[in-house]
Write a protein that binds this ligand. Structure first.
Ligand code: PAF
Length: 281
């Protein structure tokens, strides 16, 4: 496995690399969710590239950029074991050599849900993903469904800007009790960790209600809300039943929809989502 820190070295290395090139973008502090993306990339690429870059432009002024968990030596070991060929780990000045003035925005998709409480977050994500795609020119890129809104935004920007990268969405990896894997889970205190699977339970309750015949989006949303209301220490940020592409709320789940949920637990903001597939009539 090779580790490179500059775009020039990356380009040199990838110029002769066998294709297809599969790309797994990350902010490091790898967990089983990331490793599932690596495994999928490994199974269908001749060259696998993983990036580690804690992207400053997707953090708001009061967010956790400085204390975002980092452990590069461990990330490198895990990448090597997972069969990654190249790790790209640039510094901030390599990605943003001077004050950045050009940003990618995905209107409509970026403003709701996570975007409502983190106004510049998706602009930062869309910008860095576009930059990384330009630097690497991968054939495919792998993103977890855990960050469902991010996945839809990346799909849309790739299409709109005709970036010629196939976006592969991969299922959320969960702890045995249902909590979705996330680098930020290390922040959970033991009592919070115990309550955190409430998000998954709320999503499962919505799925069960759908299978029991409840189709109305608002009713399914209320099913999720009541699970969180019964969880001490948790406050709901939003629960919603949305169109899987536009992320607009749906009135009735007559075709596949997506349930989204976000909860505050202590100082933490946890998100999760799940498909809502109506049973055949
Ligand atoms: O999902 C993440 O870890 C980040 O948002 C990404 C896609 C690597 C962009 O910084």
């Amino acid at each position: 496995m090779r580790v490179v820190e500059t775009v020039a070295d990356l380009r040199r290395l990838l110029a002769g690399a066998p294709r297809p090139v599969g790309f797994v973008p990350t902010m490091g502090y790898l967990h089983q969710g990331h490793m599932s993306l690596v495994a999928r990339a490994r199974s269908e690429s001749a060259t696998v590239v993983l990036s580690i870059f804690v992207n400053p432009t997707q953090f708001g002024p009061n967010e956790d950029l400085d204390r975002y968990p980092r452990d590069v030596p461990r990330d490198l070991r895990m990448s090597d074991e997972g069969g990654v060929d190249v790790v790209f780990a640039p510094g901030a000045s390599e990605v943003y050599p001077r004050q950045h003035r050009t940003f990618v925005e995905v209107k409509g998709l970026q403003d709701r849900w996570e975007g409502a409480s983190r106004p510049e977050h998706f602009r930062g994500v869309a910008t860095v993903v576009t930059l990384l795609f330009r630097m690497l020119q991968p054939d495919r890129a792998y993103f977890g469904e855990k960050d469902y809104q991010q996945l839809q935004i990346v799909r849309r920007l790739t299409e709109d800007l005709r970036l010629d990268v196939e976006i592969v969405g991969c299922p959320t990896i969960r702890e045995p009790d249902g909590l979705a894997c996330s680098s930020r889970n290390v922040y959970l205190r033991p009592d919070e960790r115990q309550r955190a699977p409430a998000l998954h339970r709320a999503l499962e309750s919505a799925q069960k209600a759908l299978h029991a015949g409840v189709r109305r989006g608002t009713m399914l949303r209320d099913v999720m809300t009541s699970v969180i209301e019964q969880t001490s220490g948790a406050t709901l940020d939003y629960a919603a039943v949305v169109d899987p592409e536009t992320l607009e709320p749906v009135e009735s789940v007559d075709h596949e929809a997506r349930a989204l949920i976000a909860v505050h637990l202590g100082n933490l903001h946890l998100i999760d989502n799940a498909p809502l597939i109506p049973p055949h009539k």
